[in-house]
Design a protein around this ligand. Structure first.
Ligand code: GTP
Length: 318
């Protein structure tokens, strides 16, 4: 068994304007918030208590996740008045947790199908201080890379470079031994990637890399968010409960439609993410567009690569 922390307090600037009205982790992917996909994965791995480390638009999380009973776990909230960075957020959230179980930390914008349970086992078998999930990418130049020795110990955290020494990168899921989290100063802005991890390696603490090559996607940009949703949708489209679709509507491209939507007659939708409680008027044509929860799209509207909400109608690069 383990406890967990979900880092969901960032501004999500690369996803603007989608993140003007919603925190990035609450954006829907295949009908569910990114965070909910992660909660389901954490539950499967035996995580029984999870702290959501929130800051930007913190108030959006609580009504949705409540006390976590719906997911069979205990969900708590640690709100940072000003974002404390990833390390500061972990320390702040850990104040709500006990100190007798490993702590699994998730970046709130990653969809990963790796075995969290195996990562925890690898961590405990190695009596590690921290174990990071590492994933090999074809081209590591856009990322910092994380070399390991033959035993799987991390030897360095290297910044982006033209000739990376390894293709292994930090996949954004960490297992911490609880006493290590207490080394992060409380109430201070700290980056776990740029400060805590390199300092642990430099001081000889046992930082391990758990390598598992499975589906992994950082949904930090609009193009990646759409890909993440398409990857989860089987077939032309999927719709959540309570949605009605006119028989002559044509929906393609791995579109996902949220709950309680109404899709009108003659509508064409291709490669869109549509939130909950959305109405699409007759004859509308939408492609590569993100339609926020509760939006009413008027009949006949034609939009491509747009973010539509009750308040905003802005282009996005998908
Ligand atoms: P960009 O602004 O587009 O880079 O996105 P971001 O703000 O989400 O930053 P980044 O992708 O680097 O963050 C990785 C994860 O950590 C995301 O899930 C963020 O929500 C989360 N995160 C980043 N900074 C903080 C913080 O200061 N506090 C908390 N609680 N979470 C954070």
């Amino acid at each position: 068994m383990a406890v967990g922390i979900l880092l969901v307090g960032g501004f999500g600037t690369r996803l603007k304007p989608l993140t003007d009205e919603s925190p990035k982790p609450m954006l829907p992917v295949a009908g569910l918030p990114v965070t909910e996909h992660q909660i389901l994965a954490a539950k499967k791995a035996g995580v029984h208590t999870l702290v959501l480390a929130t800051s930007y638009l913190a108030e959006i999380f609580t009504p949705y996740f409540g006390d976590g009973a719906k997911w069979g776990m205990k969900i708590l909230y640690a709100v940072e008045k000003e974002p404390l960075g990833t390390g500061g957020a972990i320390r702040n959230a850990a104040e709500l947790l006990g100190r007798d179980e490993p702590v699994v930390v998730f970046n709130g914008d990653v969809l990963s199908r790796h075995s969290i349970a195996d990562q925890i086992k690898f961590h405990t078998d190695n009596k590690a201080d921290v174990t990071l999930h590492l994933i090999d990418v074809e081209d590591a130049r856009a990322f910092g890379c994380v070399p390991t020795d033959a035993d799987g110990r991390v030897t360095a955290f290297l910044e982006k470079m033209d000739n990376p020494v390894t293709n292994s990168i930090n996949a954004g899921c960490y297992v911490f031994s609880p006493d290590v989290i207490d080394k992060i100063p409380l109430g201070t802005v700290v980056s776990v990637e740029r400060e805590t991890f390199p300092a642990l390696v430099a001081s000889g603490r046992s930082v391990f890399g758990y390598k598992e090559q499975s589906y992994w996607l950082d949904v930090g940009t609009p193009a990646a968010l759409f890909k993440g949703s398409r990857d989860l949708v089987e077939g032309d489209f999927q719709a959540m409960a309570g949605t009605t679709i006119a028989p002559d509507a044509v929906i393609t491209g791995g579109t996902s439609i949220g709950a309680r939507c109404t899709i009108g007659a003659g509508v064409h939708i291709d490669d869109c993410i549509i939130g909950d409680d959305v109405t699409i008027g007759d004859g509308a044509r939408l492609s590569h567009s993100f339609i926020a929860h509760g939006t009413a799209v008027a009949a006949g509207v034609q939009k491509s690569a747009h973010y539509l909400s009750q308040k905003l109608d802005l282009p996005i690069i998908v």
